[in-house]
Design a binder for this molecule. Structure first.
Ligand code: ZN
Length: 301
């Protein structure tokens, strides 16, 4: 090896080392930026609760903050939720109000009451979860009464719809009524927001994104285990709709079954727990809360 070869070798080592260090720096800087963006987003929303005049107007709707008493006024279910979960719900409600765009359809003017009621019902699903508040949801379309029928497509009318991840459509007439009076196994906002959770991994298949607190419990092939429990419960429910007491619409497909099971988990907790205990336990893990323990006993039926 000549001196020239040696020099060339040293130069190549330096150049390669330099490239590695530079790419590594940018990669780490990117992760840092992403993390701090997520953190600052969450922090900002919480700060806004205390100081709404100071917020960055990323949301074209004027930002509304909601106190616990305002949440309670439109969503009395909130009173039954334990204090720690109430605190989390309040944060999620305000994140929801800050981040999501509400659009009134059919000349409907979206009011403060509508925003808080929808955000409060949606946040019940998030109360025990450590994840961000429906990160993929951008737009809530609020219809005065029913949605549809769509021209040339269907004669059906809906109280709610989740056409894609990122958008939910709800009927205010239904959402208001179901927020104010808890009717067993009926809640359009919970139903559509459960679809949003299901959609987060890109597929509406009844298997939502399974985060850490459930992966700690189901270690072996969590998706397969999840689906097994869902299918067993679906088959029990189809044999006897008395079991679990869910809305029969749940039998349409796996996505509907998960959405309706989520409604029953909150709005029929005792019936679901006694009729389909494995499904109840699975959802208790997923939502990280136990409504059957904190809600007053419901009559089975
Ligand atoms: Zn549905």
């Amino acid at each position: 090896m000549t001196v020239f070869d040696l020099l060339l070798f040293v130069i190549i080592v330096f150049v390669l080392g330099g490239i590695y260090l530079i790419t590594n720096y940018f990669r780490r800087a990117l992760v840092r930026t992403k993390n701090s963006l997520e953190l600052s987003g969450a922090k900002q929303a919480i700060v806004q609760v205390k100081n709404p005049t100071n917020h960055n107007p990323v949301n074209p709707n004027s930002f509304v903050s909601a106190s616990k008493s305002e949440i309670l006024a439109v969503f009395p279910f909130f009173a039954s939720v334990p204090e720690g979960l109430q605190d989390n719900m309040e944060i999620h409600v305000n994140d929801f109000l800050y981040e999501k765009v509400f659009i009134g359809k059919g000349d409907l003017e979206v009011t403060r009451e509508m925003k808080i009621s929808i955000a409060a019902q949606a946040s019940l699903l998030m109360a025990g979860r450590k994840e961000l508040c429906f990160p993929k949801l951008r737009t809530v379309e609020v219809y005065p009464a029913q949605i549809g029928p769509y021209e040339g497509l269907s004669i059906m009318k809906f109280a709610g719809e989740t056409p894609v991840s990122g958008v939910v459509k709800v009927s205010w007439a239904t959402a208001k009524k179901e927020g104010e009076v808890a009717t067993p196994n009926r809640n359009v906002v919970l139903h559509e927001m459960a679809h949003q959770l299901d959609f987060e991994d890109g597929e509406a298949d009844g298997i939502p994104e399974l985060y850490l607190h459930i992966l700690e419990v189901i270690k072996d092939d969590p998706k397969e285990t999840w689906m097994k429990i869902l299918n067993q419960s679906k088959s029990l429910f189809s044999q006897s709709t008395q079991e679990g007491g869910m809305h029969p619409h749940s039998l349409e497909d796996d996505a509907e079954f998960f959405a309706e099971a989520s409604v029953a988990f909150f709005y029929g907790a005792h019936t679901l727990k006694s009729g389909l205990p494995k499904l109840y336990d699975l959802l208790a893990r997923f939502y990280n809360q136990d409504p059957a323990a904190y809600l007053p006993g419901q009559v089975r039926g």
